[in-house]
Design a protein around this ligand. Structure first.
Ligand SMILES: [Zn+2]
Length: 438
């Protein structure tokens, strides 16, 4: 008794993708979108998901997720991280390679892919640029690229040695892969634990200046110019970095950049109570930096919003501020925090505002990550990776009700407008009515 492929229809929503904004229904058979249009009649035997009042978009793509597996399963696993991602509207994440062991050889790539087989999102595996992320010699980039790795990064650390970074750029250009940089000159950063400024002086905490970030951005722009390599700048936090990327793009260099929701919303004064939940790397900066990040998002300098979802066990985040590890979780809150920040002041965001906003979460990161089945558009023949987002639902973030194994959200207690209602991965619902199905 063979059953036919699953039939699913998403009815009554407003579709937002790279082709435009319009009212419409989406019908799916198996893992493929088979029909898109207004007032469709769901075929017999279809499961119907209600999208009335909602925006229906391609599934979100996160360029920057720490799934922590292998090696730090007390903080997160592929299973729990991917569930948090699905609840946040994601159908794909790029897993960072700073695991234990790190992803610097084919065996670890294979292990993460195996762990991800039943995940609630597609997992793209990023590889390390250097062996052990130690910054001394290049990883087996060719072997990793042959296994499908498209993005290389030593995230957690920047590549300090400019000569080594130049060679990585030359290799990457030859292999057609992208280098993603955590921009931090460690000598300039010193042992800073927060932004260097008025607040670090007041609080007596060591600061990291913006110069620790922008000097590496400037160096890597020069290396992109020299080698033709594609360089992606991760989690930019300061005005000067955004301006450098703006100039590099005007010059036509193949550079891209991401920012996190926390850097577009939170500022360094939040550290005043020494609560380690506000410790993150790069650190929360000042109001001028937040304004510059928002300007960069509006004018296209910034290509993507990425979470830098960085789970840490409650035990480690309860250490004193100086000793606690940097990082915040963000998969379940990224879309709502960003929507609330960038669009909810607009009573009725225009079609072009909606399109630009969702491109930051869908088509642009999918292109940077090289994930061809992701990012849309919502058209006949596309793989059915879909997010259904209710822009009017209000909810309060509770750190205890996160799907992540960790609790380190800086948005606990915040009331947000906009919530993911459903999520569909390759034609299968992963989240229905804001509840994960597995
Ligand atoms: Zn980083």
């Amino acid at each position: 008794m063979a059953e036919g492929p699953l039939k699913l229809c998403v009815m009554g929503g407003t579709l937002v993708d790279s082709t435009g904004v319009r009212r419409g229904d989406v019908c799916i058979t198996g893992d493929v979108i088979v029909e898109v249009g207004a007032d469709l009649e769901p075929p017999a035997g279809s499961t119907v998901l209600d999208a009335s009042g909602c925006l229906v978009t391609p599934g979100l793509v996160d360029l920057h997720t720490h799934l922590r597996q292998p090696g730090a399963e007390e903080a997160e696993t592929v299973e729990t991280g991917s569930r948090a991602a699905a609840l946040g509207g994601y159908t794909a994440v790029v897993a960072m390679p700073n695991t234990d062991p790190p992803v610097d050889n084919g065996a670890v790539v294979a292990e993460v892919l195996e762990l991800s087989k039943n995940a609630l999102v597609e997992v793209g595996v990023a590889g390390a640029i250097t062996v052990g992320r130690a910054g001394e010699r290049l990883s087996l980039m060719r072997e990793l690229a042959a296994l499908g790795v498209k993005l290389f990064t030593d995230d957690g650390n920047g590549v300090q040695d400019g000569g080594l970074m130049r060679r990585a750029c030359e290799y990457a250009a030859g292999l057609g892969v992208t280098l993603a940089q955590h921009c931090e000159d460690e000598r300039i950063a010193g042992y800073g634990v927060m932004n260097e400024g008025v607040w670090s002086s007041k609080l007596g905490l060591r600061g990291t200046p913006a110069a620790a970030e922008d000097t590496m951005v400037a160096r890597d722009i020069s290396l992109a110019r020299l080698t033709g390599a594609k360089v992606h700048f991760m989690h930019l936090s300061c005005a000067s970095s955004v301006e450098l990327v703006r100039l590099a793009k005007a010059e036509g260099l193949s550079v891209t950049a991401e920012v996190t929701p926390h850097h577009m919303v939170l500022t360094d004064d939040l550290v005043r109570d020494y609560d380690p939940v506000f410790k993150v790397n790069p650190p929360l900066r000042g109001v001028d930096d937040v304004a510059a990040i928002r300007r960069g998002l509006r004018d296209g300098t910034i290509d993507a919003i990425a979470t830098d979802h960085a789970p840490h066990s409650p035990e480690s985040k309860q250490l004193p501020f100086d000793d606690a590890p940097p990082g915040m979780i963000g998969l379940q809150t990224a879309l709502a925090v960003s929507y609330d920040t960038l669009l909810s002041n607009e009573n009725h965001p225009s079609f072009s505002q909606l399109q630009e906003f969702f491109a930051l979460f869908t088509s642009r990161p999918a292109r940077i990550a090289g994930l061809s089945a992701q990012g849309g558009p919502l058209s006949k023949g596309s793989i059915a990776n879909i997010c259904v987002f209710d822009p009017d639902e209000r909810w309060t973030v509770e750190s205890d009700s996160q799907a992540s194994r960790s609790r380190n959200t800086p948005f606990a207690g915040r009331s947000l407008k906009g919530r993911v209602r459903h999520c569909i991965l390759r034609g299968e619902p992963t989240v229905v009515d804001a509840v994960a199905l597995r």
